[in-house]
Design a protein around this ligand. Structure first.
Ligand code: SAH
Length: 222
């Protein structure tokens, strides 16, 4: 009880100091970040750091993104209630939970089966429905549920995977970090009448997307 109270206070501070102050303006996104208990998505030994301004290790050499990055990606994706969203890179399930909190129906795909399984159990335990966790190579998207109103890729990509562009619906938004393994730019792609427009957002650093339309499992550093 007391613990949860403290987390609630930390969460509000996170929203005000890390998100609003740094330019996240969408009130619905701020509210979703205020509602979802981020501390439930980090390993128990890191719980006290859950609301810090940084990514955290979640095991399997992967990370849960920094709160600001989750908010920036979510805001860019322009989620409306009822939208079908695809997330590539489930990790802890936190980004998927934020999308669900905004009223999206979410398909999230993760290549690491053990992370996918933990995320699925966690989301179920927290009563977060509307999220389907799929195991597979998300660089190919997830054709069975396409088209998507929004696609968020939460791992770094060397380019724009063609299957993701193809699986965007009309007026769909793709939010994706594009660059090399060490540094990327967060890119927003709009699809309108079969044409793509792009806008570059923040510089960022994500773990690599490993897959057929991304980096091979073992590759020399670039
Ligand atoms: N969105 C997550 C953090 C993602 S970390 C969260 O909210 O916690 C990036 C994740 O992408 C890692 O879990 C990694 O295993 C996964 N990943 C890497 N390549 C992938 C691929 N081709 N398909 C699906 N998931 C992939």
């Amino acid at each position: 009880m007391e613990e949860n109270l403290a987390f609630g206070v930390q969460r509000r501070a996170m929203v005000e100091q890390q998100l609003r102050r740094r330019g996240i303006r969408d009130e619905r996104v701020l509210e979703a970040m205020l509602q979802v208990p981020r501390h439930e998505f980090v390993p128990s030994k890191y719980r006290s750091f859950a609301y810090d301004d940084r990514p955290l290790a979640i095991g399997e050499s992967e990370t849960i993104s920094q709160p600001y990055m989750v908010a920036a990606m979510t805001q860019a994706a322009g989620i409306a209630p009822g939208d079908l969203a695809l997330e590539v890179g489930t990790g802890s399930g936190y980004q998927a939970a934020i999308l669900a909190e905004l009223g999206a129906r979410v398909v999230t795909i993760e290549r690491n089966a053990s992370l996918a399984e933990s995320a699925r159990n966690r989301l179920e335990r927290l009563g977060i429905s509307r999220v389907q966790v799929v195991i597979g190579d998300g660089s190919l998207g997830y054709p069975p549920s396409a088209p998507y109103a929004a696609i968020l890729v939460t791992a770094a990509c060397p380019g724009l995977p063609t299957p993701l562009l193809e699986q965007l619906g009309e007026d769909g938004r793709l939010v994706i970090p594009v660059g090399n393994r060490y540094q990327q730019i967060l890119r927003l792609i709009f699809k309108h009448q079969g044409q793509f427009a792009r806008r570059d957002l923040d510089a960022c650093q994500f773990v690599p997307l490993i897959g057929q339309q991304a980096w091979p499992e073992k590759s020399p550093p670039d």
